[in-house]
Design a protein around this ligand. Structure first.
Ligand code: ATP
Length: 462
């Protein structure tokens, strides 16, 4: 086995990624004209395409490619008892300290223990407060008034901090409506909210984000084997996405990190420009969740195994929990490259290129007429009309062709089709490949099949 990388190996920096994301319309600061809202980001035209494509790819992998995994879209607002049962009201806390002098807030577990012991601010040397526990759930009120009756806040409601609980509370509904038999899984993609103390590194850790979670219900005793199987499948998923595999590693939770309910947990970590960080968690959650929901709801959530003499048990749950918005950041960093492509001694010698896998690239194919005149633009529009039913297309007729290629490289478009005078004469077009910059001529009629083949067989060059 090769040595594990200790430092990020590549040309990306968080500054470059943030700036490219804004310049090209992937991600903008939320409510920027008012000075921005920390912990929240807006996804622009290329960003939403990339996000949808990642979500679609994950959804296909989890549902379409499995016999026994179905989907769900549960509400963000859930009965508050859900979060008592799940343990979030009691345990979903981060330790927090404030500097009395500069007012900066820190997560106590993320600063040097020496500073904590001496109560000394890592930024200004001022005095730190005692460590307090801070619950990460956003609270709000439902209904027209904030009624506080004695000690009990009747209208209190939480924004969900994870999508998983929406799956657990629907597990019986899904068994009944879809005649699911254990083992089976439920997949869900959706928003989650956490009042994070420190939000930095662009969209890595935000207060509003999206998760892609799959909860797999199994018979107790088969959980360890299934857990190992899901570890393999989730690793293979990133391999298929064409991610740099030496930038991925496993991290097993030690006894001090393991959640109180978990029997075993591994994170898949990615080597971001700021270091190794969690991308996805794979957890053996034991029978904790359904046991607790049984207790708190008073509903019997046992599974009745009709094929085994009506044997009853509370299933174990294996969870795969990935961040959608964090995966998007990972792919931006992973795809980012800078390359010298000419030797003219000016800015055009270099290109910035996003080497996205074609299945997630926001634009799959750009159609570029060499000239606007002489009917080339019309011919290009005609070709685009033919391709757009099956492929995400873009059309660009302005500027020198080299500049247009660079613009598409920077957006991560894997294929460009150029229409020139020869296209008018003999019906052939030029297909240009983003990664190698190679070009081939082919009859227009062969384009759809050729593109499909290139997408299917795509192998990243570097
Ligand atoms: P951490 O310890 O870093 O706060 P966590 O271990 O609590 O995170 P999980 O609850 O396991 O995270 O969440 C599953 C996945 O959801 C994470 O692997 C990550 O991809 C994503 N995620 C969690 N919190 C955030 C956040 N604040 N912003 C963006 N993505 C997040």
């Amino acid at each position: 086995m090769s040595e594990e990388l200790t430092e990020y190996q590549g040309p990306a920096t968080m500054e470059k990624i943030t700036s490219l994301a804004k310049r090209r319309g992937f991600v903008f600061q939320s409510s920027e004209i008012y000075g921005g809202q920390s912990g929240a980001w807006d996804y622009g035209p290329l960003g939403i395409e990339l996000k949808n494509r990642i979500a679609g790819n994950w959804w296909k992998t989890m549902t379409q490619l499995h016999d026994n995994i179905v989907g769900l879209d549960a509400a963000i607002l859930m009965h508050p008892r859900t979060w008592e049962a799940s343990g979030h009201v009691e345990n979903f806390t981060d330790p927090l300290v404030d500097c009395k002098k500069c007012k900066t807030r820190f997560r106590a577990d993320q600063i040097d223990p020496k500073n904590l012991a001496e109560k000394k601010c890592p930024d200004c040397g001022g005095e730190l407060t005692d460590t307090r526990k801070f619950n990460l759930m956003f609270k709000t009120h439902i209904g027209p008034v904030e009624s506080i009756l004695g000690e009990i806040d009747n209208n209190l409601i939480y924004l969900r901090p994870e999508t998983a609980q929406g799956i657990y509370v629907n597990y019986k509904n899904i068994i009944q409506s879809n005649r699911m038999k254990i083992p089976f899984g439920i997949a869900q993609i959706g928003k989650a909210f956490r009042n994070e103390i420190v939000t930095k590194n662009f969209i890595f850790r935000t207060c509003e984000f999206e998760q892609m979670e799959m909860q797999y219900f199994v018979k107790p005793g088969t959980d360890v084997e299934t857990f190992n199987e899901w570890k393999k499948q989730r690793w293979a998923y990133y391999e298929k996405l064409g991610v740099k595999m030496d930038h991925l590693r496993w991290h097993q939770h030690g006894p001090d990190e393991l959640a109180h309910y978990a029997k075993d947990a591994y994170d898949i970590e990615y080597l971001f420009p700021m270091g190794w960080k969690e991308l996805e968690g794979i957890h053996n959650r034991s029978n904790y969740d359904l046991t607790r929901h049984t207790e708190f709801s008073g509903k019997d959530l046992q599974y009745i195994d009709q094929e085994n003499g009506n044997e009853r048990y509370i299933p174990f749950i294996i969870e795969t929990s990935a961040g959608l918005t964090r995966t998007l950041l990972m792919l931006l960093c992973d795809a980012y490259d800078e390359e010298k492509v000419a030797d003219k001694g000016n800015d055009d010698d270099y290109r910035t290129v996003l080497r996205f896998h074609p299945t997630v690239a926001p634009i799959t194919v750009a159609i570029l007429p060499l000239m606007k005149k002489d009917g080339l633009a019309e011919l290009a529009q005609d070709i685009r009309a033919e391709l757009r039913e099956d492929f995400a297309t873009d059309y660009d007729q302005s500027g020198a062709i080299g500049r247009r290629y660079r613009r598409q490289d920077e957006a991560g478009t894997p294929f460009c089709v150029t229409i020139d005078y020869e296209s008018k004469e003999n019906g052939t077009v030029t297909l240009r490949f983003r990664d190698s910059m190679e070009q081939v001529r082919l009859p227009r009629a062969e384009l759809p099949d050729r593109l499909r083949k290139e997408i299917r067989e795509y192998k990243r060059l570097k």
